[in-house]
Design a protein around this ligand. Structure first.
Ligand code: SF4
Ligand code: SF4
Length: 174
């Protein structure tokens, strides 16, 4: 995972209740079935191209209660949610869903990589995930392409109201 994942583990870091907390959440119910076979990591398309992203390791750290290490880790956000791991797990662990649950918890605590905060701000401001440069808009015109439809950021804001993720990005758009 990250450098912190490689540091020696201290007993004081382990939260024995964490695995039960995750197991109670939708998608996390089968966490404790994992017997660390490694199939999820060997079949994960992201792990193939990353030296640090290992779903098997995320599952084990969660079982061990290494809550802060897991939730603080940027690599948690590398998952592409392709569900290959979930489909191939011999123990029926919903690996991709466990990662979603962990990300939601991380987001609630404000641990969101800057790149996602910026994307979310852009969606809230314009309805688009990326700010489209004026120059590109003009180029569309010169090539006879119609203007892009306006994003409905008001509707997006309305749908997201009450979600704690929003409070971590909305300061930027006020
Ligand atoms: S494939 Fe399933 S049992 Fe094997 S390590 Fe991954 S989560 Fe655990
Ligand atoms: S859902 Fe995430 S962890 Fe699972 S195989 Fe796809 S990228 Fe890897």
């Amino acid at each position: 995972m990250t450098e912190t994942a490689q540091k020696p583990i201290k007993a004081s870091e382990m939260d024995p209740k964490f695995k039960y907390e995750i197991s109670k959440m939708h998608g996390g119910e089968k966490l404790m079935r994992c017997f660390q076979c490694g199939t999820c990591t060997s079949d994960c398309p992201v792990a193939r191209f990353s030296e640090t992203y290992r779903p098997r390791q995320i599952i084990r750290m969660t079982q061990l209660g290494l809550k802060n290490r897991v939730l603080d880790s940027d690599t948690l956000w590398l998952c592409a949610a392709c569900f290959t791991c979930t489909d191939r797990c011999p123990q029926d662990v919903e690996v991709a869903s466990v990662i979603r649950v962990l990300r939601n918890l991380a987001a609630e605590q404000g641990h969101i990589p800057q790149v996602f905060k910026e994307q979310a701000s852009s969606i809230l401001e314009s309805g688009y995930a990326y700010k489209i440069p004026e120059l590109r808009m003009k180029k569309r015109e010169t090539q006879g392409l119609p203007p892009l439809p306006k994003g409905n950021s008001e509707s997006v804001c309305k749908s997201l109201r009450g979600i704690s993720f929003l409070k971590h990005v909305e300061k930027k758009v006020e």
